[in-house]
Design a protein around this ligand. Structure first.
Ligand code: SAH
Length: 267
């Protein structure tokens, strides 16, 4: 298998971004830049890095400073993934509510296949605490790198290296005629993360309004609904329909309330 990628594959690789959330050590950011460039990736998003720009990042990046120079610093994970149609989160340990999982290999194949049609984000957490549950719940899939259960957490740069390597492997295999996964040859584009967040806000508001969700005691309902939608992978048309349903319900409630008020005032 040749190591170099064809130009269109190199271009597609840029549609898969690495997102680092709240990284503490700038050296790790440099290490990630290097790991990415080694595998032909260059799109790097930094969500509120603790210390950045920093000399330590430049030293560790070695000849990958161009990846650092191109890094986009943002204030929230939502911003970093807003235009992505597939979002994959990484976790060194099991979480309370299990999520659809991919192996690193499946992650490479899926991300590569989907990047043909839309942007993809691979999200990595903090050195000390990983990603929060809330952050993980914004992801369609989770990836766990199978490691020693007694010592499961890899260094951030090493974890990025594994997934970046799998991306390259998937790209090289696709060029060799392997059957890369497509986005199902669907008739509509997948809903993007930002629109999905709007939908969840709309859904939550409506469920609170009709009394299904108690704002003071929401329990895990929204989490479970998020997981449901992650499994479904809605397209834009489907989401527009659901937004329309919520709006119609809200209008109905509004006008019913109004009528009641009108009725009361006549008495
Ligand atoms: N102590 C943290 C580990 C953080 S390691 C925790 O318990 O969650 C920093 C980041 O590297 C993680 O957030 C994740 O993005 C990545 N990472 C480390 N080990 C990993 C593994 N075995 N599988 C997937 N991602 C891993």
């Amino acid at each position: 298998m040749a190591d170099s990628l064809q130009p269109q594959s190199r271009e597609r690789m840029q549609k898969v971004r690495i997102v680092l959330v709240n990284t503490s050590h700038p050296g790790n950011i440099g290490g990630v830049a290097r790991a990415m460039k080694n595998m032909g990736m260059s799109s790097l998003y930094l969500v509120e890095p603790k210390e950045y720009p920093a000399d330590k990042a430049v030293w560790r990046a070695s000849n990958a400073v161009d990846v650092l120079d191109g890094a986009i610093v943002v204030n929230s994970l939502d911003e970093a993934i807003a235009d992505c149609g597939l979002v994959v989160g990484t976790s060194a340990r099991d979480r309370r509510i299990p999520w659809p999982m991919l192996t690193p290999r499946q992650c490479g194949e899926r991300a590569w296949g989907e990047a043909e049609s839309h942007d993809v984000a691979l999200v990595f957490g903090r050195e000390d605490r990983g990603l929060t549950n809330e952050e993980l719940q914004k992801c369609h899939y989770h990836v766990h790198i199978p490691s020693n259960p007694d010592y499961s957490s890899l260094n951030l740069g090493a974890a990025v290296q594994v997934l970046a390597y799998e991306m390259r492997l998937a790209a090289l295999e696709a060029e060799q005629g392997g059957a890369a996964l497509q986005y199902n040859d669907w008739d509509q584009p997948p809903v993007k993360a930002e629109a999905l967040e709007h939908y969840f806000n709309h859904l939550q508001q409506t469920l609170e309004k009709v009394g299904f969700l108690e704002p003071d005691n929401p329990r895990q309902t929204m989490t479970r609904l998020r997981r449901l939608y992650s499994r479904v992978r809605m397209d834009e048309m489907e989401m527009n329909i659901l937004r329309g349903v919520l709006t119609a319900m809200q209008n109905y409630i509004y006008y019913t309330d109004k009528k009641l008020e009108g009725g009361d005032s006549k008495e």
